[in-house]
Design a protein around this ligand. Structure first.
Ligand code: FE2
Length: 626
């Protein structure tokens, strides 16, 4: 790297307030990959090809220090137009990738690590995955469509009102701030894994967009999120996209673009090297996560194609983007994984980029012209029967940038051949920090259960938004042990901005949309029921308890009932009413954020959580520790 180019990069790091980066020999700070109960990978990038090292404590095995495998990452070279436009013809050379795979670890155990590269050191903390068969709770967070690029700073996305699609309006926060605030909330929630359902960067072929992505992930208010939480990512269409300055999705440029994604992420090989990490399976505690690459349906420009501009596997002149339809290698692989996961996992979540059911622009059928979309998610619907057959719990996708939840009703085929009704949840979580779209006029989705644009009206007072509306956010999933098995609580989180009447951001807070989904799994009858015994109304123990941030109130209704959930202090005084409305039978969850009805933080102490449902009155206690 030339001195001037290095200075340009470092000065940008200084502007971000990350002084420790300025003195670093790191091009990308260390981050976690490919988590397992007994192993973790640490990756980082440097200018120097001298190996670095990792020290870990507590020390597993014989040696506390591991030396990195250093490899030139040629695919991360700046393309010619970036070289001439931003680097005056002398760009930083491609970086060196450093990899250390740490084996021999204990499951569900916290480790501290320190990476030394040249004169620089960086520290992180990780927790290994729980072993199968244990009952450790886990927290997963997913988002999609961060679409990072330096140009996101100062760029405000379109933000149309549900009641007025004609009058232009933009979101008060720019995209960089929106994503940064979202990541700040994620960091505070301390998840076990952070999943990204595609479109991580704006243009996969532009190296500056990747630099921006890693600046976000490794510097969240001065904390390296990616050195604490392993990232797992699915490739989206933007990872295959070279960018507007370079022939879009043409080959071989599109393969050069996705090769950047492949250089950054180490995914499980699942004994199938031909997948190249573009699709993979990761088991984590009681959950199986399956990542698919649905970026290119085959044949090209057919009703089965999710990208009319991209040529992939088995297409003349195509790259390696895999087909996902029947007869493809990915389809056969998926079938094997789902069959195994159905037998061995409490929950199966499949994540990929193209949401198949949506009222956004990619909800139109594949095609060109009015009422069609050349980047459609509709072809992915071909997989829905297989998802039903093996009892997949939820699909987590992005691409339409709206937050929309759909349900599909079908039949699961149990391993003994019997059938039972099955509900498949489908989520578009593509609101990480780019678009906040509105539905397409004239397009309907009969499976839609919740759409933020229409289901969350804005409430304004004196020119200030008080609540509601569509905002950046993510999906938080708590997987919790119960007496009978497991529950998975799917929470739609949004980052609500406090913006004054002059448009100045005063702060932000984590809020939930009113669409929490509770999924049940009965471990003692793994092939009998996933919904549990719904014979009575029941209030379950709160989780976590004690708590210092938020607590989940979980309850089960035998049938349709009006439910009131109240929080009282230990003298019986009402602190907050959480819920008072009719709900259908089944599992439900609400979250209390430890605040009273005026939004003031409640003091440390014991709180009584009561449920009134028909003739049922039940109370449990939760301890708030500030
Ligand atoms: Fe997309």
């Amino acid at each position: 790297m030339t001195r001037s180019a290095l200075c340009a990069m470092l000065c940008f790091a200084c502007l971000l307030g990350a002084d420790r980066i300025a003195a670093d020999d790191f091009r990308v700070l260390p981050y976690l990959q490919n988590p397992a109960p007994e192993a973790m990978t640490i990756l980082w990038f440097s200018d120097s090809d001298a190996p670095g090292s990792v020290e870990i404590s507590p020390t597993p095995g014989q040696s506390s220090e591991r030396v990195s495998t250093a490899t030139l990452a040629e695919s991360l070279a700046y393309p010619a137009w970036e070289v001439s436009t931003y680097f005056d013809g002398t760009p930083p050379p491609p970086p060196i990738q450093h990899r250390v795979r740490i084996d021999g670890l204990a499951p569900a155990t916290e480790y501290h690590f320190r990476v030394q590269q040249g004169e620089s050191a960086h520290e992180g903390i990780f927790t290994t995955a729980p072993a199968r068969g244990t009952s450790d709770p886990i927290r997963l967070i997913f988002f999609a469509d961060s679409e990072t690029e330096p140009e996101s700073t100062g760029k405000h996305t379109k933000w149309l009102r549900a009641t007025d699609l004609q009058t232009p309006r933009t979101y008060p926060l720019d995209q960089t701030t929106g994503l940064a605030n979202n990541l700040q909330i994620i960091l505070e929630r301390d998840p076990d894994l952070l999943g990204i359902a595609g479109d991580l960067v704006e243009s996969g072929g532009e190296q500056r967009d990747w630099d921006e992505f890693w600046r976000h992930m490794t510097d969240v208010g001065g904390v390296n999120l990616a050195a604490r939480v392993p990232l797992i990512a699915a490739p989206g269409n933007h990872e295959y996209y070279q960018g507007p300055r370079m022939a879009g999705y043409d080959q071989p440029g599109s393969e050069r673009s996705i090769s950047r994604w492949l250089s950054y992420f180490e995914n499980p090989s699942n004994d199938d090297p031909s997948a190249e990490g573009r699709y993979y399976r990761l088991d984590y505690g009681p959950v199986t996560l399956i990542c698919l690459d649905v970026s290119n349906g085959i044949p090209n420009r057919s009703a089965h194609d999710t990208n009319f501009f991209l040529l992939g596997d088995d297409e003349s002149g195509g790259g390696h983007s895999p087909g996902f339809g029947e007869g493809s290698r990915q389809h056969a692989w998926l079938r094997r994984q789902l069959a195994d996961s159905q037998r061995t996992s409490a929950f199966t979540f499949v994540f990929f980029h193209h949401v198949p059911y949506s009222v956004g622009p990619h909800g139109w059928p594949a095609g060109n012209g009015s009422g069609r979309d050349p980047q459609s998610g509709v072809p992915v619907r071909a997989l829905t029967p297989m998802f039903h057959e093996f009892g997949v719990d939820a699909l987590i996708a992005g691409h339409d940038e709206m937050w929309e939840r759909s349900t599909l009703e079908g039949e699961e085929v149990l391993t003994d051949g019997r059938r039972r009704p099955h509900t498949l949840q489908v989520l578009d979580v593509g609101i990480a920090g780019d678009g906040l779209r509105e539905p397409e006029p004239g397009l309907t989705n009969p499976h839609q259960q919740y759409l933020v644009h229409t289901d969350v009206p804005e409430v304004w007072s004196d020119g200030v938004l008080m609540s509601g509306g569509k905002h950046y956010g993510h999906l938080e999933i708590d997987v919790l042990p119960t007496e009978a098995g497991w529950q998975a609580i799917l929470k739609p989180v949004h980052v609500f901005p406090f913006v004054d009447a002059q448009g100045n951001l005063q702060g932000f807070e984590r809020r939930l949309y009113d669409d929490i989904i509770a999924l049940g799994h009965v471990a003692t009858a793994i092939n009998e029921s996933k919904t549990g015994d719904a014979g009575t109304h029941q209030l379950q123990l709160p989780y976590p308890n004690p708590f210092n941030d938020t607590v989940l109130v979980r309850f089960q209704l035998a049938s349709l009932e009006t439910v009131r959930i109240e929080i009282r202090d230990n003298r019986g005084a009402l602190v907050r009413e959480l819920l008072d409305r009719p709900l259908a039978g089944g599992l439900h969850t609400v979250e209390w954020n430890g605040r009273d009805g005026d939004g003031e933080a409640a003091a440390s102490g014991i709180y009584l959580i009561s449920m009134h449902a028909g003739a049922t009155r039940e109370t449990v206690e939760a301890l708030l520790v500030r």
